[in-house]
Design a protein around this ligand. Structure first.
Ligand SMILES: [Cu+2]
Length: 69
């Protein structure tokens, strides 16, 4: 399992948290996604043989947020 912290801009409330975590958890290979609203960071645990960081970013961007790392 791989762990990656994404920097996400624009998350402001519980709904944002749910959207981002939901989108990531829907991806095959993601076992955990945890949004920290205060820091704007998302910790993702995933199987690197099934999903890559680029796909994680796209899933968050598809929800309308910007990812910088
Ligand atoms: Cu929100």
């Amino acid at each position: 399992m791989e762990q990656k912290t994404l920097d996400v801009q624009g998350m402001t409330c519980g709904h944002c948290k749910m959207s981002v975590e939901g989108a990531l958890n829907e991806l095959d290979g993601v076992s955990a996604a945890e949004v920290n609203l205060k820091s704007g960071k998302v910790d993702v645990t995933f199987d690197e043989s099934k999903v890559n960081v680029e796909t994680l970013k796209e899933a968050v961007e598809d929800q309308g947020y910007d990812v910088s790392a």
